[in-house]
Design a protein around this ligand. Structure first.
Ligand code: NAD
Length: 483
């Protein structure tokens, strides 16, 4: 099959095939061969896009439109995404190295995200507040203005949808900047949005190097709100950039999430599920449960099951229907992960499985499990963003909670137990924004998603996300007639 890759930026209703920072050459992670190139913006194109976004917002045909009109356009976009699922999934599989089945899931989840906000916006409003007998007090939610949405390379399409859908639904104009490694699906999303009737100055998509244009975009006075997903260090930098203008900021950042297995759980089910809780998307997942904490009495049984299930994972060509784990996104990312494997060995870790490259081309690395490391070891503390898990024993519930919280991050995690009271106690005590019990499934379109501690603040998904893209206004009307 010949794949058609988007090659133009989408600025002010026009497609641009060249830009002032040259081109970004993309490589296919599964083959290490050139994929295609896209133009890279400089300050000139960012000015152009933000001025168009500001004009579009001020003109009001989107921001002040009837919510039903925005809803219809977003439903049309969702339909177009579903109709183009195969093309988009292949773009994602080839650009990111993501298994095609996972890529299809991601594209459909993106469509579902637009459907959710297309529906939710017609029910999103303020409230009336009883402040006085002779007065009427009410709140309204208004769009913030120009939103810069900056997304990472691990779930490029879905992260773009998580930002763009609630921002557009609530009436903002958006400039979307995907990661320089993976700009293709965001550009394709922009094309479909324009075709579905989203105005060309209300959603624009640029591609560029974060190191070249990141500070300029986030410090730009026309940007009212920054919606960011990426590394904690980049998030901190963005927060500093935003401080001068008191821009609205929401940050979805890194993670080092626990998978806590108590002896009273269905230990075999937990062991069977544990590999994809950390190795899905080749471990390049902010929610990866990379700190596996197991009650001592079932430690050996769980470890054997976890290792055996990991050995059964099908690692290979992202375009093959059977593949469960693809390559890493880039050669640099694989080298980073290999450095962590070396550090784990220097720190005395015992490698139970994995850790090696296959002979074939592609940025592959076998899923890797370490035991025998203390919680303070670097590989148990730092986000590796690759297929590496550490397994640690605990003696008591209190120790399990202490280990689960022994990290600067607080994004996600799972708890496996048959004791409902324990599940409720531990879920309350673990400092993470998104937890699941007896499953690894903790991300749902309808429910809020986001982090504690250095995993960020603000929430994607659910009705909560719409609050982030709106200002809350309170109005009081005096009805006393001067009496
Ligand atoms: P990254 O921080 O390097 O890049 C993210 C985006 O920011 C990219 O578009 C990049 O070009 C841009 N960028 C880089 N420097 C910038 C700057 N100075 N100013 C503005 N933008 C800049 O992250 P990544 O390597 O693409 O993604 C991996 C990270 O994302 C991991 O830490 C992962 O945990 C995190 N992540 C978090 C979530 C979540 O929901 N919490 C989801 C997915 C990924």
């Amino acid at each position: 099959m010949t794949d058609r890759f988007p090659k133009s930026l989408l600025i002010d209703g026009k497609t641009l095939e060249g830009a002032s920072d040259g081109a970004i050459e993309l490589t296919e992670p599964a083959t290490e061969t050139p994929l295609c190139a896209v133009p890279a913006v400089g300050e000139k194109e960012i000015d152009q896009a933000l001025q168009a976004a500001q004009r579009g917002f001020a003109q009001g045909s989107w921001s002040s439109s009837n919510p039903a009109a925005r809803s219809e356009a977003l439903f049309r976009l969702a339909r177009a995404i579903r109709e183009n699922c195969e093309r988009l999934a292949r773009i994602e599989a080839r650009n990111v190295g993501k298994p095609i089945g996972d890529a299809r899931w991601e594209i459909n989840a993106g469509a579902r995200c637009f459907e959710f906000y297309a529906g939710a916006i017609t029910q999103f409003g303020g409230r009336t507040i009883p402040v006085a007998k002779n007065g009427f007090d009410y709140t309204i939610r208004q769009p913030v203005g120009v939103v810069a949405a900056i997304v990472p390379w691990n779930f490029p399409f879905l992260m773009a949808c998580w930002k763009v859908a609630p921002a557009l639904a609530t009436g903002n104009s958006v400039v979307l900047k995907p990661a320089s490694l993976t700009p293709l699906s965001a550009l394709a999303l922009g094309e479909l949005a324009w075709e579905a009737g989203v105005p060309g100055n209300i959603l624009q998509v640029i591609a560029g190097r974060g190191s070249v244009v990141g500070d300029y975009l986030t410090g730009h006075p026309l940007v009212r709100k920054i919606a960011f997903t990426g590394e904690t260090g980049t998030g901190a930098r963005i927060l500093r950039q935003a401080a001068g203008d008191i821009k609205r900021v929401s940050l979805e950042l890194g993670g080092k999430s626990p998978n806590v297995i108590f002896a009273d759980a269905d230990v075999d089910a937990a062991a069977e599920a544990a590999p994809m809780a950390v190795f899905a998307n080749t471990g390049q997942d902010c929610c990866a449960r990379s700190r596996v904490l197991v009650e001592r009495s079932v430690f050996d049984r769980f470890s054997e099951g976890f290792v055996a299930a990991t050995k059964r994972l099908i690692v290979g060509d992202p375009l093959s229907e059977e593949t469960q784990v693809g390559p890493l996104v880039s050669s640099g990312q694989r080298e980073t992960v290999e450095r962590y494997i070396a550090i784990a060995e220097e720190e005395g870790g015992k490698r139970l499985v994995g850790g090696s490259r296959p002979q074939s081309p592609g940025y592959y690395l076998a899923p890797t499990i370490f035991a025998g490391l203390p919680s303070k070891a670097r590989v148990c503390q730092e986000e590796i963003f690759g297929p590496v898990a550490c397994i640690l024993p605990f003696e008591s519930e209190a120790e399990a909670i202490a280990l689960a919280n022994d990290t600067q991050y607080g994004l996600s995690g799972s708890i496996w137990t048959r004791d409902i009271e324990r599940a409720l106690r531990v879920a309350r005590a673990v400092e993470s924004g998104v937890l699941s019990v007896n499953t690894n499934s903790s991300v749902h379109q309808e429910a809020p998603f986001g982090g504690f501690k250095r995993s960020g603040f603000g929430r994607d998904l659910g009705v909560e996300a719409m609050q982030l893209y709106t200002e809350l206004k309170n109005v009081y009307i005096d009805l006393s007639g001067g009496k």
